[in-house]
Design a protein around this ligand. Sequence first.
Ligand code: HEC
Length: 144
Amino acid sequence: MISKQTFFLTLSALTAIGAITASAGAQTTGGAVTADADGAFASSQRFNEPDGETMYRRVCAACHMADGKGSYTGAGFYPSLANSQRLEAGGYPAYVVVKGMHGMPGVGSMMTDQQVADVVNYVRTHFGNAYTDPVTAADVEAIR
Ligand code: HEC
């Protein structure tokens, strides 16, 4: 798994190339990551997002873009999640969020089971996707 620090460095690098508009926003004080100003991070280990949509905007959109269509130009390859048959089985995106996959860090390690389920369900019901069978917190727990 990619470390949290690597994740922040990745986001910083993306910010530098202008790939994201929303800043990761976490501040570092003497090597320790502290909660950021708008409270997106409850602590250095946990995201604090109220729902799947906000979580998507704050975390996933950095790479998969606000419209879910990803990015295939410049420095990175960030696959589209829009109109994606690969989201049909909810366990797949839940697994990717929890465990990560190649260039994608396992951001779900900083989320509760419910937060992973919420953001996965958000993606599976937006951006042209209409998979209405929800992923549950118990499903996510089983993946960890
Ligand atoms: C730091 C950038 C980054 C962030 C943040 C990120 N992803 Fe990804 N994601 C990737 C990359 C890169 C891949 C492609 C990995 C590969 O195929 O090698 C990917 C792949 C995926 C896939 C598999 C897509 C497919 O077609 O198989 C899903 C689903 C996914 N991400 C969902 C999410 C969700 C949901 C979030 C937010 C909770 C998120 N990602 C956050 C970079 C990111």
